[in-house]
Ligand binder design. Structure first.
Ligand SMILES: NC(=O)c1ccc[n+]([C@@H]2O[C@H](COP(=O)([O-])OP(=O)(O)OC[C@H]3O[C@@H](n4cnc5c(N)ncnc54)[C@H](OP(=O)(O)O)[C@@H]3O)[C@@H](O)[C@H]2O)c1
Length: 232
């Protein structure tokens, strides 16, 4: 789709100031979709210029999250923890924060919830879990989102990337899979963002959880076809 989308709902991007979140905002703007960003400080939102609505809030604060999701049609979460303890820990952000965001979104009538997770989230014994159980925290949040957003009239899309790298979108052929069978690999944050944004209108993204890694360098016209490859 060439910078146009029939999707016209307002989308809240949580974790918008993060490396993946910034790409989510850019790709939403590319498609002309109204964006609201959830940021921890108003000053940080300056990076987006005047083209976005700003909601200031921490994922620990239910009232702030309720205000942020109000009037939005979809939520894309690129939230991520960055410390063992405190308000940026896996427990606070990857599990409880995402769960709180999903619950408040549901109450506010949001119809689609898309989020970044990770490969290996079902593997409690994976070494990455030494970081405060980050994979298990993400998996708990996934399970909650699957449970509450698969109800009638709602949908979810959960993207589980390999290691994240920076770079422009649509520069690599991708490999997608389901069932958490991929152990290694990496992909660009920008492609993860694109897949999350496409999930807003691609019916094949509805209620899907899938892994994604990059294969060889090859310019892609669109990433829509990767949703065709998921089991029917
Ligand atoms: N790094 C990898 O190789 C890898 C691999 C697979 C999956 N992942 C996952 O992919 C996701 C995106 O990764 P990334 O590198 O783009 O993340 P990132 O740059 O660290 O961004 C994380 C975002 O979460 C926000 N955040 C953290 N704590 C918050 C809180 N209490 N309330 C509100 N917002 C909060 C941060 O806000 P501030 O800007 O205010 O800090 C930031 O916007 C993460 O969930 C990560 O675990 C990463």
């Amino acid at each position: 789709m060439d910078g146009k989308s029939s999707y016209k709902g307002r989308v809240l991007v949580a974790g918008a100031t993060g490396k993946t979140g910034q790409w989510v905002v850019k790709r939403l703007q590319h498609y002309g979709i109204p964006v609201r960003v959830l940021v921890r400080s108003f000053e940080k939102a300056a990076m987006f210029g005047s083209g976005v609505e700003v909601a200031v809030g921490h994922v620990q604060n239910t009232e702030e999250i309720a205000a942020a999701v109000k009037g939005c049609d979809a939520v894309i979460s690129a939230l991520g923890s960055s410390s063992f303890f405190g308000e940026a820990s896996p427990q606070e952000v990857d599990r409880d924060g995402v769960i709180r965001l999903a619950d408040e979104a549901l109450k506010a009538g949001v119809t689609h919830f898309a989020m970044v997770s990770s490969i290996a989230v079902t593997k409690w014994y994976h070494p990455l879990n030494l970081f405060a159980g980050v994979l298990s925290m993400k998996y708990a949040a996934e399970e909650h989102v699957r449970s509450v957003f698969s109800r009638e009239g709602r949908s979810y899309t959960i993207v589980r990337p390999g290691g994240l790298k920076d770079g422009e979108p649509l520069m690599f052929r991708l490999h997608v899979d389901e069932g958490d069978r991929i152990w290694n690999g990496w992909t660009n944050r920008s492609d993860v963002a694109e897949l999350l944004v496409l999930s807003l209108w691609n019916g094949k993204a509805r209620n899907r959880t899938f892994e994604v890694i990059s294969e060889s360098g090859e310019v892609q016209e669109s990433l829509e076809r990767y949703y065709d490859r998921l089991a029917g």
